[in-house]
Design a protein around this ligand. Structure first.
Ligand code: LLP
Length: 438
C-alpha cells in the first residue's frame, strides 16, 4: 500500500497522518472521523500555483469550495493566496464568517435566488459568474437598484463532452449550466452584459466536468472559448480580460486512475491557450482555473470502526463499519472506487477478499467492493483514503446518523474543525405541532 502526503507507519504499526496516530485520533474524536492533512492541502495549493504560473504570465487559482468548505478551510485557502468559488448562500456565508476577502470570491450557480444575489452584492463579492438569461436580468436589476457596478464572467457551455461519469459532465450542449455557444446563446449574453451600466464584463468561464484525466478535453474547451473571445472582439469590440477554464482536475483514487501532477494539466492547457491566442491574434487574458478535488481529495482520510463481520460462504464476506453512504455517498452515486487499509495493524499479512459495507439501511450502501485486506476483526479501524473531496460536503443525516467530526492534523497536532453532531443536533430543527402533543 503506497502512502501519500504526511502518512507513515509508526513503530506500533499504526497509520499516522500529520504526525498523529490514527488509533489516538479515534480515541480522542470518535469514529467515523474525517481527517484532513493540512500540509498536503497546502502542498496541493502551491503545486497548482507553481505549475500554472510557470507556464503562463497571469494566473489566478480559485479553489472550488463545494469540494470541502468549512471556516477553517477558508482560512487555509486565504493564507495560500487562492481565491474561492462559492455556489450558494451557505458557502458564501461560510466564507464571509471566516473573514475571507470578499473581492476574491467568485459566485457561481445555475439558480441563484434573489436572496443569494442580494447577499452577494451586499457582501461585495469580487465577481458573479452569470449562468442564464433570467439570472442576468435579475442581477442587472438588483445591481442597478443598489447602485453597484458588479464584475461578471459569462459562463459558457463550450460544447465539449468530457470523458467522466455522466452525472459530473457539464460542458456538453444539453447541460443545465451556462449559455451555449450554439445558436448564439452565449453571444447574446455577452452583448447584454456589455449593454448594462450596472455590470462590468470581465470575461468568460467554462467548466466541462469533474475527475477528468484526459487533458485534451480541457484543451478543446480552451480553444473553443478563445475562438469565441475572438468573435467578441471582432463583432462587439470588447476585450475578454479573463478566461476561467473551471475545475475538474482528476486525482488518483485506485489503480484504475492515472496519477496526474499539476504540470500534467498546466503544460498542455497553457500550450493550447497560447496557440489559440496566436491563431486569433488576441491579447493574453488572465487565466483562471478552479480546482476543488485536486486540492483536498487526497488530503482527506475517513476513519471507521469495524462492528460486525458476516461471511456468506463462497459468496461474499461483508465487513460492516460505523459509517457509510451518509458520510460518503460517492460509491452509491457514481460507482466511485477507493483504497483502504487497517489503520491499527499496518503490518503486511496475508490478505482475503472482503466487501466493506456501511450501516445504512440500503443494499447500495457499499463503500468498497471486493478489496483485499488482512483478516479483519471487530474493533479494527479502517482508513479509507482520498475522501477529502465531496465526502463531508455531500454528507447527509440519512437514517438520522449524526454527521462525523472533521479534524485537521499537522505536525503532531490534531485540531477539531467541525464538531461531531450529537443526537440533539439531529433533532434540533424538529417541531411537534401542539395538536400532536397530547
Ligand atoms: N468549478 C465549477 C464551476 C464546478 O462546477 C466545479 C465542480 C468545480 C469548479 C470543481 O471541480 P473539481 O475540480 O472538484 O472536479 N460531487 C461530484 C463532483 C461534482 C463537481 C461539481 N462541480 C463528485 O463527488 O465526484
Amino acid at each position: 500500500m503506497k502512502l501519500h502526503g504526511t502518512m507513515r507507519i509508526n513503530s506500533q504499526s499504526h497509520l499516522e497522518i500529520g504526525g498523529c496516530d490514527c488509533t489516538e485520533l479515534a480515541k480522542d474524536f470518535g469514529t467515523p472521523l474525517y481527517i484532513m492533512d493540512e500540509q498536503l492541502i497546502r502542498e496541493n495549493c502551491r503545486g497548482f500555483v507553481r505549475a500554472f504560473s510557470r507556464c503562463y504570465p497571469s494566473i489566478e487559482i480559485v479553489y472550488a469550495g463545494k469540494a470541502f468548505l468549512t471556516t477553517a478551510m477558508a482560512k487555509i485557502i486565504e493564507s495560500e493566496g487562492l481565491s474561492l468559488d462559492v455556489v450558494s448562500g451557505g458557502e458564501l456565508y461560510t466564507a464571509y464568517s471566516a473573514g475571507f476577502p470578499m473581492d476574491r470570491v467568485y459566485f457561481h450557480g445555475n439558480n441563484k435566488t434573489p436572496e443569494e444575489i442580494n447577499m452577494a452584492l451586499e457582501y461585495g463579492v469580487g465577481c458573479i459568474v452569470v449562468d442564464n438569461p433570467s439570472e442576468l436580468e435579475m442581477l442587472d436589476n438588483t445591481a442597478s437598484s443598489m447602485g453597484v457596478r458588479q464584475k461578471v464572467l459569462v459562463r459558457v457551455s463550450p460544447g465539449v463532452a468530457a470523458n467522466t461519469h455522466q452525472y459530473i459532465q457539464t460542458g456538453q450542449l444539453d447541460s443545465k449550466f451556462g449559455f451555449p455557444l450554439y445558436r448564439d446563446g452565449a453571444f447574446r449574453a455577452v452583448k447584454r452584459v456589455l449593454a448594462s451600466k450596472a455590470l462590468a464584463f470581465e470575461g468568460l468561464h467554462c467548466h466541462i466536468g469533474s475527475q477528468i484525466t484526459d487533458v485534451s478535453a480541457f484543451c478543446t474547451a480552451a480553444e473553443n472559448m478563445l475562438g469565441f473571445a475572438a468573435r467578441i472582439r471582432t463583432e462587439l469590440e470588447a476585450p475578454v480580460n479573463v478566461l476561467n477554464l473551471g475545475g475538474g482536475f482528476g486525482i488518483y483514487y485506485t489503480k484504475e486512475d492515472r496519477r496526474m501532477l499539476p504540470e500534467d494539466f498546466s503544460e498542455p492547457i497553457t500550450s493550447s491557450v497560447k496557440e489559440a491566442l496566436a491563431r486569433y491574434n488576441l491579447a493574453a487574458p488572465k487565466l483562471m482555473v478552479e480546482p476543488g478535488r485536486y486540492i483536498v481529495g487526497d488530503a482527506g482520510t475517513t476513519l471507521y470502526k469495524v462492528g460486525s463481520v458476516k461471511d456468506i460462504p463462497e459468496v461474499r464476506k461483508y465487513v460492516f463499519v460505523d459509517g457509510g453512504m451518509a458520510d460518503n455517498p460517492r460509491p452509491a452515486l457514481y460507482h466511485a472506487r477507493y483504497r483502504a487499509t487497517i489503520a491499527n495493524r499496518m503490518e503486511k499479512a496475508e490478505g482475503e477478499k472482503i466487501t466493506l459495507a456501511g450501516k445504512c439501511c440500503e443494499s447500495g450502501d457499499i463503500l468498497l467492493r471486493d478489496i483485499i485486506l488482512p483478516e479483519i476483526k471487530s474493533g479494527d479501524l479502517i482508513a479509507v483514503f482520498s475522501t477529502g473531496a465531496y465526502n463531508y460536503s455531500m454528507a447527509s443525516n440519512y437514517n438520522r446518523l449524526p454527521k462525523p467530526a472533521v479534524v485537521l492534523v499537522s505536525d503532531g497536532k490534531a485540531d477539531l474543525i467541525v464538531k461531531r453532531e450529537s443526537y440533539q443536533d439531529v433533532i434540533r430543527n424538529d417541531i411537534i405541532p401542539e395538536r400532536l402533543k397530547k
